[in-house]
Design a protein around this ligand. Sequence first.
Ligand code: URA
Length: 434
Amino acid sequence: MRMYDLILKKKHGGVLSKEEIDYLIEGYTAGQIPDYQMSAFLMAVCFQGMNEEETLNLTMAMARSGEMLDLSAIHGMKADKHSTGGVGDKTSLILGPLVASLGVPVAKMSGRGLGHTGGTIDKLESFPGFSVAISNDRFIQNVNEMKLSIIGQTANLAPADKRLYALRDVTGTVDQLSLIASSIMSKKLAAGSDVIVLDVKCGSGAFMKTYEDAKRLAETMVKIGNGAKRHTYAVISDMNQPLGNAVGNILEVKEAIAALNGKAPEDLMEATYALAAYMLVGAGRAATVEEAVSLLKEQIQNKQALAKLAEFVKAQGGEEAYVYEPERFAKASILHEVKADRDGYIHAMNTEEIGMTSLILGGGRETKESSIDLTVGIVFEKKIGSKVAPGDTIAVLHANDPEKCRLAERRLLSAISIKEQPIAAPKHILGFVE
Ligand code: URA
């Protein structure tokens, strides 16, 4: 087999066999296929596409390119959730303990924030002492004992994807459906859970800007997951404004704790219940989504999910007292109200720009090595559909540096569009793929 022939085959619209796909992923991972040939192949895929079987084979080859986590020592059906990346998305912090409190094991690998989006690991590290650097054995033991553990993504998870993603980034080949779907799903399949619930976001703060693109991606990923014998579901959700009111690590953890106390913005709970319900249905813990939602609501009311968060934080070295007394968390030194300068209704919030505002305040990373300020961020008092008058507070910036606060205010105001005519608040959940 020669890479040259595979490039030509795809260029002419041919369908690659499993052996051919294995050859190119194994060869590329081993450094035997050079970047220039792989770039040509990726571009041919962008023009000719891949069918379902090719996409599944590509995903499996990438998943097998490194360590496949063996979670068979964990009893029961393990459930995982993955978001395609958003702003203010703290659902993992809420649904992890919620689902675990109902006895369904959640063995999760999460990432750090990069660019304008946040990451669960950074948020969890807001609890003093909390560590995601635990051994695989301890990870498995914790899940068996308390049904929940969250660790960082290991370096050897789908290394082919790591190299391919970096190459796609510089060769204009990121935005191809089969390539995106296989990239995301290879990591999820390698991470070993039996149930995979995907939160595919669409809108100004998301990778997919339109509903149609998000739906096609969701359908492709669900097919891949089911093809790999995992129970896979997708929820398509709106990312034309931040999820909930808080953006920024400690601020989001506090909002998640409030949610587990039954006090959360509606969109955040809607997202959490939709995703967690599929985790329960997929794991066989509930027969229907409706039954699952009523079980989940009960776990909030009886505070079992909150207790599970405390147990989980303690088990990974964190101070559980913060769960019950969130006022203990460190606070930013400057609280600055960003106000409306005219009458009207909030029509649009450029969510990527809002993520960038948090980054300016010091809450996000510009490179993987950057350190972050866990205390800074934004808390919104108004979102799309809200009526505002001059002087009304739209959001409160939490900052530690007056100059950064000034820059952030300017950026935030330019991300928000106020118009005279009323507009309804948008729906958060836009669709499902089962
Ligand atoms: N996220 C990924 O992990 N891969 C992609 O290709 C796009 C988003």
